[in-house]
Design a protein around this ligand. Structure first.
Ligand code: MLT
Ligand code: MN
Ligand code: ZN
Length: 305
């Protein structure tokens, strides 16, 4: 299986257009050692030709334009993206679907509650119906034992994994989540049996999450914030990371401590917010992550399992 990191930043990207924090100003001015990053999305493929997009970020046009893997070689118009899976209904994970309108129809796999958000509060399915058949909804469940496959994609099987997190601010499920508002994905290469566990938004670990990490060959997990109160301390928000549905990277309940419990070939942080000091490659926070055997995702990174 090939895993392509299209966007490794959280909502807003890095640098964020209106942000002049140490990191954003530093990367713009070249005064810190850091790489710019686009918003949260990956793609997976078994054969390198047929890809499944996992989340569609507002930066998808740029992401596709810088990823030759997704360009067909022999068509006047077309794409190597066969379908999309959505892990939630957050703006940074779904609004890229609008940019894909020229190439619809597109099969979209998501849970019923994500589909509900995307036909009511943020009605992308309704809007895009007017473009060549729009988004073709395929319902996925919330039972991690019930895998699904995708038409046109052989060699990969997908399992939804319930995650403790939050729903977006516009969702009726905000602060009142139900199974299906947030899923992670276990993605199995059916030839080798190897699997990726992808969880960009996760507020706390659970026995289910740990059972996924225990046998994963690659884990891409929430690296949004360094500290739970980072956005408050920097004066950018009144909300803790945990209220937004994210665990910190640092600390005993953080993502590095969680990953350290397991022997996983590739441990990678993804969905990194622009305020997070791990983005500065010369910071203590960055060194802490790397010295614990954890990688920090960058755009364009390709992992082969
Ligand atoms: C989140 O996951 O909390 C988001 O990145 C928020 C957003 O996209 O605005
Ligand atoms: Mn996000
Ligand atoms: Zn910033």
């Amino acid at each position: 299986m090939k895993i392509l990191i299209l966007g490794s930043a959280a909502g807003g990207g890095f640098p964020q257009w209106n942000c002049h924090c140490e990191n954003c100003a530093g990367v713009r001015n070249g005064t810190i050692k850091a790489q710019p990053r686009t918003q949260s999305s990956i793609a997976v493929s078994a054969d390198g030709n047929n890809w499944v997009l996992i989340n569609a970020s507002p930066d998808i046009r740029q992401q596709i334009n810088q990823s030759p893997q997704l360009w067909p070689q022999d068509q006047a118009r077309g794409t190597n993206i066969r379908a999309a899976i959505l892990s939630d209904s957050q703006i940074d994970h779904v609004t890229g679907l609008l940019t894909l309108r020229e190439g619809l129809p597109l099969p979209v796999y998501c849970t019923d509650v994500v589909h509900e958000d995307l036909t009511t509060a943020l009605p992308l399915f309704n809007v895009l119906r007017h473009w060549h058949g729009g988004l073709e909804f395929h319902a996925i469940g919330t039972d991690h034992q019930q895998g699904f496959s995708i038409e046109g994609i052989s060699g990969l099987e997908f399992f939804p994994v319930h995650l403790e997190s939050n729903a977006p601010p516009y969702s009726p499920y905000r602060d009142d989540v139900v199974p299906g508002n947030n899923i992670g994905l276990k993605i199995v290469d059916t030839t080798s049996g190897n699997y990726l566990f992808y969880a960009p938004g996760i507020v706390e670990s659970t026995p289910l999450v740990e059972s996924m990490l225990a046998f994963a060959d690659c884990a891409l997990v929430d690296g949004t914030l360094w500290l739970d109160d980072e956005m408050i301390a920097k004066g950018f928000s009144k909300k803790l990371g945990s209220e937004m549905g994210h665990m910190p990277v640092n600390g005993e309940n953080g993502s590095v401590a969680l990953l350290s419990k397991f022997d996983i070939k590739r441990k990678v942080l993804i969905h990194i917010n622009n305020t997070n000091p791990i983005l500065n490659e010369e910071s203590d926070a960055h060194h802490y992550v790397v010295s614990n055997g954890v990688e920090i995702a960058t755009d364009g990174m390709e992992i082969t399992l």
